[in-house]
Design a protein around this ligand. Structure first.
Ligand code: CA
Length: 229
């Protein structure tokens, strides 16, 4: 499936962590990576981008809230959900103070966690802090540039190109109708020719496709376009 979200699960309780990872992988939208200590989690978060991070408050080497605080200090902007063991509000509030976006109290039902994950991911992807993975590129929406992870080459996008890519990405692999894309990117009221959109798509392909005349990432479909990620 396209557009799988990468989740980092930070929890030392191995059976619980594995169960959680398995449950999340069952939902094909998630790919999970696991860490059993705060130190490992910090290294992973520094080296790689995760769409969301789950941190248990109780870790062997440090408090989960400290992990959260350090990740924020290291510039990690991904949503973080804390797992709190204690049924006290104080724990949770301290977690939010440390920079977590939300918390779930153990024990919880997987459905509850999934709902929180999806809500946080959705909210984050609408924000300007979002980083999307598109093929071999990471797309930093705030700076409007693509980084080719294979060649380390940076590609600047125009406002419109970034807007087109963002909108297609959020469609999760579905076809976006040409008229919808026009409306979303240029505004419904603007009298813009379809040709204008095609010009932007053409330039975008020159930047991201290996062979722009044979698109593999931003593909044309009957009536619209689709992003293969
Ligand atoms: Ca734990």
């Amino acid at each position: 499936m396209t557009n799988s979200r990468r989740i980092l699960i930070v929890e030392d309780d191995e059976p619980f962590r594995r169960m959680l990872g398995k449950q999340l992988r069952l939902h094909e939208e998630f790919v999970s990576i696991e860490a059993d200590t705060g130190v490992k989690a910090l290294e992973l978060a520094k080296a790689d981008y995760f769409d969301i991070i789950i941190v248990d408050v109780g870790l062997p080497d440090m408090d989960g809230r400290e992990v959260c605080r350090l990740m924020r200090r290291n510039g990690v902007t991904s949503p973080i959900i804390m797992l709190t063991g204690a049924d006290t509000d104080a724990d949770a509030i301290l977690g939010l103070d440390a920079g977590a976006n939300d918390y779930v109290t153990k024990p919880f039902r997987i459905g509850v966690l999934l709902a929180r994950l999806r809500a946080q991911i959705r909210q984050h992807e609408r924000s300007d802090e979002a980083v999307f993975t598109i093929g071999s590129f990471t797309f930093q929406t705030r700076n409007k540039f693509l980084l080719n992870e294979e060649t380390n080459q940076k590609i600047r996008l125009t406002d419109k190109e970034a807007a087109i890519l963002k909108y297609l990405y959020r469609a999760h692999g579905r076809v976006v109708d040409r008229a919808v894309l026009l409306g979303q990117v240029f505004g419904y009221s603007a009298a813009v020719e379809t040709h204008t959109l095609e010009t932007h798509i053409y330039r975008l392909r020159q930047k991201i496709e290996r062979d722009p005349s044979n698109a593999e990432i931003l593909v044309t479909e009957p009536g619209g376009y689709r992003l293969v990620v």
